[in-house]
Design a protein around this ligand. Sequence first.
Ligand SMILES: *Cc1c(COP(=O)(O)O)cnc(C)c1O
Length: 385
Amino acid sequence: MTVPFLPFALPEIGEEEIAEVVDTLRSGWVTTGPKAKRFEADFANFLGDPDLHCIAVNSATAGLHLALEALGIGPGDEVITTTHTFTATAEVVRYLGADVKLVDIDPATLNIDPALVEEAITSATRAIIPVHYGGLAADMRALHELADECDLAIVEDAAHALPSTFEGRLIGTLDSAATVFSFYANKTITTGEGGMLVTRDAKLAQRAKVMRLHGMSRDAFDRFTATVPSWYYEVIAPGFKYNLTDIAAALGLHQLKKAHAFQQRRAAIAEHYNREFAEWPVITAPVAPVGQSHAWHLYPLRLKPEAGVARDRFIERLYEAGIGCSVHYIPLHQQPYWRDRYRLNAASFPHSQHAYEQMLSLPIYTRMSDADVQRVIDAVRAALA
Ligand SMILES: *Cc1c(COP(=O)(O)O)cnc(C)c1O
């Protein structure tokens, strides 16, 4: 008997989510409406801070774009981010005609190195986009100190970081200009596609809401559900089409309720991996400092030279054993667009480059059974042999 292939990632969608989507489909309102509004309110409650504005969008990429647009970032400006991320983190800067300064990571955490951020700051720098890699919070204390000193905005790419904490506070509640979460299919909670822009800044929130829907002064739900004639609206800017549908929000309402339980399951899998791998020729995933919560979106494993097997061959062996895995990330300095635009080379990013060459991401998701986790461990052991 052959065992079924264990995919790298799978969403966990329950009957509650399915019933809520069906309810939306039967309701007569399928685009942005009451459920998206409720999802935003629930999200603020989840973060435990009534002063937060939560703005549901159809992707984290859209949310990052809206945040930078609302900050007024444009041509001539520079935004600093990590090379060790997905291209979405950086591409939004280019949407606005501004330029990206990539910096290397701290090899111990795989997060952006604040000392290198400091070196990269010029008179054109306007913002920093830290990424909480894999769900482990970046050094937000150092980054906020730098930002305060140099009058820079921080927009957190929190695509991996629901729920993560930094010094006891949930990511999303720190004093950044904005924080953006992703609900893409493989993220820690999912709406299929979706994201949430979170900010304390009422003006930023107002601008992002208007730009989320064509630059219109009133959204469709407000207009169509009013009981007095309300066809009038004004277009105040050439906005975007970034609103989250109620079909997607229906999923989010129930996924959010499960976010802590999901996190606990992923953390248990990570602990199991770290325990098993402790004595093997690998570098286990970085863990959070005591008292800090790690969302465990990713489990990055690094092969030491003593492993005697190259990363690519190792991944092939895992696939031969029926285990899906991935690599997070091919650093941006290696990608043709970023490399060529800024004439980058790997020598300028030794820690990211070295990590990339050694690393792979193992499956870590709530639908994995204990037997699935054991299968991954056994396959890793066999692939190292
Ligand atoms: C997934 C991801 C994004 C983009 O999220 P979308 O919701 O797909 O737009 C951005 N940054 C990082 C680090 C991601 O992993």
